[in-house]
Design a protein around this ligand. Sequence first.
Ligand code: ZN
Length: 133
Amino acid sequence: MKILKIDHLGLAVNSIDEGKSFWTDALGLVYEGSETVEEQKVTTAFFPVGESEVELLESTAPDGPIAKFMEKKGQGIHHVAFRVENIEEALEELKEKGIKLIDEKPRKGAGGAKIAFLHPKATNGVLVELCER
Ligand code: ZN
């Protein structure tokens, strides 16, 4: 498997509208607009930072994964995403190594990316996303 870079940091927020001003006004990052991924019940907004991005995540439904995360932990870092060259190959390799996966097969993420999450139990408590774009 080849990890190319940290693709983005996923940050859970109550509201992208309210949460984005810190990133744009205080840090001077550029807001690239938002996108809703219906199947994950989330709206995402990306702010490029050099080679990587900050991704704000706002739940669109009370039973969505981000809403459930925020019930337990509140706003804050939700996941770290690594860009890989070939996501199917990476998942296959991790499976062979006995790493617990949330997604055995890639699913559709924001911006047409293919994404998959690894289980936090296998990563010392960090939710890790792999993505291929
Ligand atoms: Zn992400």
